[in-house]
Design a protein around this ligand. Structure first.
Ligand SMILES: Cc1cc2nc3c(=O)[nH]c(=O)nc-3n(C[C@H](O)[C@H](O)[C@H](O)COP(=O)(O)OP(=O)(O)OC[C@H]3O[C@@H](n4cnc5c(N)ncnc54)[C@H](O)[C@@H]3O)c2cc1C
Length: 483
């Protein structure tokens, strides 16, 4: 049945990544509800199973050519097939290229406002869907930190480099450097090397010895260890050097990046006095982990909790219910922990909805909770093993741009703190405009928070989760005008 023929959807899932897909697949099999899945991307898969956009061009990129870049594609194909079966049976709708920009809760139902981008550039359309149950499976986004030259063309996030590779078979450069911290740098480096780029180095800010404090979670998750060894073998084969306790402190170039400087860090995470090493590159990817995508749950008033290192995540109970009735959450919005955890949470969310509708307690729920506990323990260990080094900001110069949208420099931010007494990122924002631009602090927010030295604050409320053209807002005006 087409969407417009149904006044009120049973369940609407925002996000067709591992969590959203798993939730949809299980819900279709364990209940008779209708499921609508909405995703901003061109197809299902999310970040982990990102695929090239479908194309009629015979020379276009085919997903089969990029199979080697993926892990656990069998799970993706099975989940997608189960969603497809639901669509064929008229019980599921998948809306891709639809970005949900806000959700309004009204008397036990939810009105989801999305921008339909299927018409191409300049042809955005407003779409409004009402639903009884809402599942937030919006994932996470790359965490960036500024350094001199980070705004040069060719310097990206590690996730950005990987997205180019997985969606378009594009290696962003011929000589690529990766930096930051976390195990995610390894699959990016391995993927680039396997597709022909020369990866000049993976510069990991932390020491692998930090994992020695986490033997319990590692022993309980040997498959993760195996994955890491697999990437290490690929990097060895391609002679990619992996340097621990080393940080990219500058990107050099005139019109685009031409070289980087890297320095060794001491055991306290501060740059040593050793001279920086200069390395020629034409692309750089830097990633400092991920931040959960919380725009929708914050706007809806869902309670948040800190994770093992203080990052805000959506609070859920043992059925993945948020603090707001009718709203469930799954995947990295509830804490960054990898695709396997996101899938398990997606399945449990489906059982949570079935439980809410029928009172039944599916047997599989207990097994899923045990799997999740094990994977959560590993995720917490990973966060502890890969902190942002204490001395990351020492590389910042006065004129290093921190907020790219509003062109606010590190000097301006530092003066707001030292001379004008700003105690936290919120005050810095008010005094300097850092975080007030187009991206609303999604890129610079974490850096400003760290520079302010304040304890992590609750994420700011962003009423609009993606830039929306005025024409789309005008289409929706009747609703908002009435509020
Ligand atoms: C850039 C990036 C690359 C990553 N690559 C890897 C990797 O190679 N290996 C690995 O182990 N982990 C990777 N991760 C971590 C990874 O995200 C997960 O482990 C896994 O994909 C989490 O699944 P999820 O369903 O929670 O979220 P995601 O996979 O992030 O899926 C969330 C989905 O929600 C959609 N969405 C978000 N907000 C909206 C909205 N407002 N409206 C509509 N749709 C929305 C997104 O388009 C996305 O498809 C990556 C993370 C990022 C941010």
């Amino acid at each position: 049945m087409p969407l417009s023929d149904r006044a009120l959807e049973d369940v609407l899932i925002v996000g067709a990544g591992p969590a959203g897909l798993a939730c949809a697949a299980t819900l279709l099999e364990a209940s008779d509800v209708h499921v609508t899945v909405v995703d901003a991307g061109a197809g299902p898969g999310g970040q982990y199973w990102r695929q090239p956009a479908p194309t009629a061009d015979p020379h276009g990129v085919r997903p089969e050519a990029l199979r080697g870049l993926h892990h656990d594609l069998d799970t993706f194909e099975s989940l997608r097939a189960r969603l497809e079966a639901g669509r064929s049976a008229g019980r599921a709708t998948l809306l891709t290229d639809h970005h949900v920009w806000t959700v309004v809760a009204d008397g036990g139902t939810f009105t989801v406002h999305a921008v339909d981008r299927t018409g191409g550039p300049g042809r955005d359309r407003a779409v409004e869907i009402r639903a009884r149950h809402l599942v937030i499976a919006t994932g996470a986004h790359d965490r960036s930190l500024p350094f001199p030259g980070w705004d040069l063309p060719g310097v990206m996030t590690a996730g950005g480099l990987q997205a180019l590779l997985k969606s378009g078979d594009v290696t962003a450069g011929r000589r690529v450097a990766l930096g930051g911290t976390g195990p995610f740098l390894l699959p990016v480096a391995a993927g680039l090397a396997a597709r022909g780029a020369t990866v000049v180095g993976v510069f990991e800010a932390n020491s692998p010895r930090r994992w020695l404090r986490e033997l319990g979670p590692v022993a309980a998750n040997v498959a993760k260890l195996g994955e890491g060894i697999g990437y290490a073998a690929i990097l060895l084969r391609h002679r990619v050097p992996v340097r621990a306790r080393t940080m990219i402190v500058e990107a050099h170039g005139r019109d685009r990046v031409e070289a980087i400087s890297v320095v060794r860090l001491d055991t306290a995470g501060r740059p040593t006095t050793e001279a920086p090493r200069r390395i020629e590159v034409d692309a750089v990817g830097v990633g400092w982990g991920f931040s959960p995508q919380l725009d929708l749950p914050v706007t809806l008033g869902c309670a948040l909790d800190p994770d093992a290192v203080g990052t805000s995540v959506v609070r859920v109970d043992d059925w993945q219910r948020t603090s707001r009735p009718g709203i469930f959450a799954a995947g990295e919005a509830c804490g960054v922990g990898g695709a396997a955890l996101a899938v398990a949470e997606g399945h449990l969310t489906a059982y949570g909805i079935v439980h809410e509708l029928t009172g039944s307690v599916p047997e599989a729920a207990a097994t899923l909770r045990r799997t999740m506990a094990r994977l959560h323990a590993f995720a917490s260990a990973m966060h502890r093993a890969h902190p942002i080094p204490a001395g990351w900001a020492e590389a910042l110069r006065e004129d290093t741009v921190v907020c790219r949208c509003e062109e606010v420099t590190a000097g301006t931010v530092r003066r707001a703190i030292s001379d004008r007494g700003a105690p936290d990122a919120r005050q810095v924002k008010q005094l300097t405009r850092a975080g007030m631009g187009w991206c609303q602090g999604r890129v610079c927010g974490h850096a400003v928070e760290l520079l302010s030295g304040a304890a992590p604050a609750a994420p700011p409320e962003r009423l609009v989760s993606t830039p929306v053209p005025l024409g789309v807002l005008a289409d929706d005006w009747d609703d908002f005008g009435a509020m």
